[in-house]
Design a protein around this ligand. Structure first.
Ligand SMILES: Cc1cc2nc3c(=O)[nH]c(=O)nc-3n(C[C@H](O)[C@H](O)[C@H](O)COP(=O)(O)OP(=O)(O)OC[C@H]3O[C@@H](n4cnc5c(N)ncnc54)[C@H](O)[C@@H]3O)c2cc1C
Length: 415
C-alpha cells in the first residue's frame, strides 16, 4: 500500500492543507500528527474572546474527531514528532512515552511558531504566560478566573465565580501586565480593558506597534487605548516578577528597568513569535528565520514541504508571513502539488486587520528594508512612498479601513 502523506501540526496551516488536498484527491491516505488535541479553532479569536464573552471551549469551531472524519484522514492527536529523516522518508513519534515510526510519501511541516520569551528574573517569573494556542488561552483564562476570585472586583464574564473573601491580596481591580506593545499585545490590551481589567503594557519602544505604524498612527492608537484606561510603560522592560507581600494590591509585582514597580495578578508575555524550525534543523533542512521553502513550498529536501508560521517563503522575498491569509494561499498551492500538479504559490497583497476596536487598523506594511517615507494626505490614511514615489505600503484607521480594496489596487499598480 502507498505510504501516506504526513502532515505535522493541526493548526490553520495543517487543517487547511488537508481540506484543500481532499478537494482534489479523496482517497490518498493522509495522516495528521499533532502535539495538541487537534480541535479546529481560529487562532485570531484568542485575542478578542473576552469581547465575544467566550470561554476556551466555546472557541472550538469543529472538534478534532469530526474534522478527521469529514476530511477522511487519520488523526494522531497528543502525539509529538520527535524527528524525521527526509531521505529514508520516515518520522519518529512519541505518544505518552511510547516511541514508534511511520513512513511517508510526502511530508508537510505545519509546526507553527513559538512565543519568544525574554529572560526575566524573580521568584514568580515562571508564572508569566503567553498565548499562541488554544491550550495557552485556556491556561490564561484559568489564571484570570483565579485572580478574579482573589479580588472582590469579580468580573461578570465568569458567571459561576464565587468570591469567598479576600485570601492573599487586597480588593480592587485585577491587574494584568502585558509585556510587548506589538500586534498581539495591543489586541489583548484592548480586549482585556473592555472586559473590566486594569491593563498595563510595557515595551522598550516609545509607542505601540512601532515596527508597523507611522508615528502619528501609533500615537492615535496609544491615545485611543489610553482613553479606555490602558497604562503604558514605554522605553523600558520588565526586569523581574516577584511574589508581592501579603495583602498587597495584587499577587505579584513587576519591576521595570526604569525603577518603577507595577502590581500584577497575571503577566502576559506578547514579545513576538519565532518560527518553530526545531524538527527541520535537526533533520538538516535549510532554515533561517523559518524553514526555507521555494516557490512550490518545498524545503531543501525533496517531498518535504512547509507552510504557515513555521515557513520562510522565497515567494515573499524570503520572509516569514505569520498571518491567516498567506496560509490560505499557500495551502491551496501545496494541495495542488501534493495531488501531482506542481504549483507555485503567488501571494496577493494581504493587508492585516488589527483587532483593536478602540481604533481599528488595516495595515499593509512595505517590505522589510524598503526605503521611502510615510505621508498622510487625509485623516486616518497613511501611505508609504518609495524613493521612486510609488505607494508600497499603507495604514488605514477607524472608518477609513473600509478603503481596503481601493488601497490594495493602488499598491498593485506599484508591482
Ligand atoms: C493571539 C493571536 C491573534 C492573531 N490574530 C490574527 C489576525 O487577526 N489575523 C491574522 O491574519 N493572523 C492572526 N494571528 C496569526 C495566525 O493566527 C497564525 O498565523 C496562524 O494561526 C498560524 O497557524 P499555523 O498552523 O502555522 O501554526 P499553529 O496554529 O501554531 O499550529 C502548529 C501546530 O503544530 C503542532 N506541532 C508543533 N510541533 C510539533 C511536533 N513536533 N509534533 C507534533 N505536532 C507539532 C502544534 O501542536 C500545532 O497543532 C494571530 C495569532 C495569535 C497568537
Amino acid at each position: 500500500m502507498m505510504n501516506p502523506i504526513i502532515i505535522i501540526g493541526a493548526g490553520l496551516a495543517g487543517w487547511t492543507t488537508a481540506r484543500e488536498f481532499r478537494k482534489l484527491d479523496a482517497t490518498t491516505p493522509v495522516v495528521m500528527i499533532t502535539a495538541d488535541g487537534g480541535d479546529f479553532y481560529a487562532k485570531p479569536t484568542l485575542s478578542n474572546a473576552f469581547a465575544q464573552k467566550k470561554a476556551p471551549d466555546q472557541l472550538v469551531v469543529t472538534p478534532a474527531a469530526k474534522m478527521a472524519e469529514t476530511q477522511n484522514i487519520t488523526l494522531m492527536a497528543h502525539t509529538r514528532v520527535t524527528s524525521f529523516d527526509p531521505y529514508v522518508k520516515t518520522v519518529t513519534l512519541d505518544k505518552d512515552g511510547v516511541v514508534s515510526s511511520l513512513d511517508f510519501s510526502s511530508l508537510v511541516l505545519a509546526t507553527g511558531a513559538q512565543a519568544i520569551r525574554i529572560p526575566v528574573a524573580g521568584d514568580a517569573a515562571e508564572k508569566i504566560l503567553s498565548v499562541n494556542s488554544l491550550d495557552d488561552f485556556t491556561a490564561f483564562y484559568g489564571a484570570l478566573k483565579s485572580a478574579c476570585s482573589q479580588h472582590n472586583d469579580c468580573l461578570k464574564s465568569y458567571e459561576n465565580n464565587s468570591y469567598t473573601g479576600n485570601k492573599n491580596v487586597a480588593s480592587g481591580p485585577v491587574n494584568i501586565v502585558i509585556l510587548g506593545a506589538g500586534l498581539i499585545g495591543c489586541e489583548f490590551a484592548n480586549d482585556l480593558i473592555n472586559a473590566g481589567y486594569q491593563v498595563s503594557v510595557v515595551d522598550p519602544a516609545s509607542r505601540p506597534l512601532a515596527a508597523l505604524l507611522p508615528e502619528t498612527a501609533s500615537e492615535q492608537l496609544r491615545e485611543s487605548l489610553e482613553n479606555l484606561g490602558v497604562q503604558w510603560h514605554f522605553g523600558t522592560t520588565a526586569l523581574s516578577v516577584n511574589k508581592a507581600a501579603e495583602k498587597a494590591e495584587s499577587a505579584f509585582e513587576v519591576t521595570l528597568a526604569n525603577g518603577q514597580t507595577i502590581p500584577a495578578d497575571v503577566v502576559l508575555s506578547a514579545i513576538g513569535l519565532r518560527a518553530d524550525t526545531r524538527l527541520a534543523v535537526a533533520a538538516g533542512l535549510a532554515c533561517e528565520r523559518g524553514i526555507q521553502v521555494d516557490a512550490a513550498l518545498q524545503t531543501s529536501a525533496p517531498n518535504v514541504y512547509a507552510l504557515g508560521d513555521s515557513a520562510q517563503y522565497a515567494s515573499a522575498g524570503n520572509t516569514t508571513l505569520p498571518y491567516v491569509m498567506p496560509i490560505m494561499n499557500a495551502a491551496r498551492a501545496l494541495a495542488q502539488t501534493l495531488a501531482g500538479q506542481k504549483t507555485d504559490v503567488v501571494f496577493p497583497i494581504m493587508p492585516v486587520a488589527v483587532k483593536t476596536p478602540a481604533l481599528p487598523l488595516m495595515i499593509a506594511p512595505p517590505k522589510l528594508g524598503s526605503q521611502g517615507r510615510w505621508t498622510s494626505t487625509e485623516p486616518n490614511v497613511w501611505l508609504f512612498n518609495s524613493e521612486q514615489n510609488a505607494v508600497i505600503g499603507f495604514v488605514l484607521a477607524g472608518a477609513q479601513t473600509s478603503k481596503r480594496a481601493e488601497m490594495v489596487k493602488l499598491l498593485q499598480q506599484a508591482i
